[in-house]
Design a protein around this ligand. Sequence first.
Ligand code: AMP
Length: 297
Amino acid sequence: MQIIKHIIPLRDSVEALRNGAAGRSAETVALIPTMGALHEGHLTLVREARKRVDHVVVSIFVNPTQFGPNEDLDAYPRQLEQDSATLEREGVAILWAPDVTEVYPEGFATNISVSGVSENYCGAARPGHFDGVATVVCKLFNQVRPDYAFFGEKDWQQLAVIRRMARDLDLTLPHADHIHGVPTVREEDGLALSSRNRYLSPENRQRAIALPRAIRRTADRIERGEDVSASLSELKRALLEAGFSSIDYASLADATTLEPLDTRPDRPARLLVAARIGTTRLIDNMPVAGSHDKPAP
Ligand code: AMP
């Protein structure tokens, strides 16, 4: 595995991968953007990508522009050596690990803002967050020029924002699944894996199980036709009772446009929740089948 920190060698190495060791041309390359502190969720993205493409590039970049002034940028876990050993074992071809100055040269003045899908939920709770995400992901796409990119469904709104941006800015290839969403990887008790779970005290780690459980129960209730707003109120009550200190949002949304829904839709929807426990903010989401969807086989 090559560890690359500058854009020119990155371009050369990706080009060499594309041309193939045996001179075969047009080998495929996937990009998996991450902020490091890798866990099984990230590694599942790598394994999914390896099934579908010839070469995988993982980026590790803790992007300052997606953190708000009072967020955990400085405390965000950084463990490049350990992560790079893990990625090497997973058969990753290139670890792209630029410094902040490589990504944001002096005088950097461009911002990508995706309206609509970015505005509610985490966009409202974390002003500027999705501008930071969209701008850095657009740059990563331009730096690596991958055929495919893999993102986790864990960050459902992020995935929706990136798909919208990729379509709007013609970053997509003619593959429908050019931007591939990978289902959320969970601990055995249901908690979604996240680099931020390490901030949880043992007691709060135990209490955090209430989040996926309440989302699952609420998704089932809505699918059975129960009232959406009563189901969401019950979800919030259950989280506060379990020890969460506050809830940023708990909403039913159209799965693609993220438009909020107050009745059970006739198309796929997503139940999206962000809540705080101790000093940690957790997000999670699950699908809610539309009334016209076929039941799972
Ligand atoms: P991050 O390092 O948190 O920016 O995440 C990098 C990528 O990994 C994003 O596409 C995330 O959605 C994805 N990811 C993080 N946690 C999980 C998880 N538990 N399951 C699946 N994908 C995940």
